[in-house]
Design a protein around this ligand. Structure first.
Ligand SMILES: [Zn+2]
Length: 166
């Protein structure tokens, strides 16, 4: 297996409750208005942002109710910490006609359906490894790099994870 230097670990901040939906439910599509640079794919630290969007909590609760799953309480939502390691497996333009079933109506958003308006990309996440101990850290916009100490703490909890496979 190729070794990935922890210092090179990229991170993506996902606001709550969507980070929870990735670590605790079946959400494996992250909806973004932008694609990652070039064709980069690989291990990605999932960082839960500090904010909780109340309307998103309602939306998520609806989705979970439909699937017969329990919705999170506020205290369940980790804020301001790296919560998981995933592998960015695929990115494609969101297109209701062309998207595979795995994008689904539950987690994938589509241009022209409600908001946001405009282009949307589906970032498909695979090989989820949830951290037993979330690692507190500041978030950032776009794709960013974890500070060395945070990357090391994430690496220590995810040894052997398939997410490290390029
Ligand atoms: Zn899709």
């Amino acid at each position: 297996m190729a070794r990935t230097a922890p210092t090179a670990l990229k991170a993506l901040t996902v606001q709550q409750p969507w980070a929870w939906a990735i670590t605790n439910s079946a959400k494996r599509i992250e909806n973004r208005t932008w694609p990652p640079p070039q064709t980069w794919r690989g291990p990605l630290a999932l960082h839960a942002g500090k904010q909780v969007n109340a309307r998103d909590v309602v939306d998520l609760t609806d989705v979970l109710n439909e699937m017969g799953e329990r919705a999170p309480q506020r205290r369940d939502l980790v804020l301001g910490a790296v919560v998981a390691l995933v592998r960015l497996a695929d990115v494609h333009a969101a297109d209701l006609e062309r998207c595979p079933d795995t994008c689904g109506p539950a987690w994938g958003a589509y241009p022209g359906l409600g908001e946001p308006v405009g282009a949307l990309y589906h970032w498909r996440l695979a090989d989820l490894t949830v951290l037993r101990e979330p690692v507190p850290c500041k978030g950032a916009l776009g794709l960013w790099h974890l500070p060395d100490d945070v990357a090391a703490a994430v690496a220590a909890q995810t040894r052997g994870s398939r997410a490290w496979t390029p």
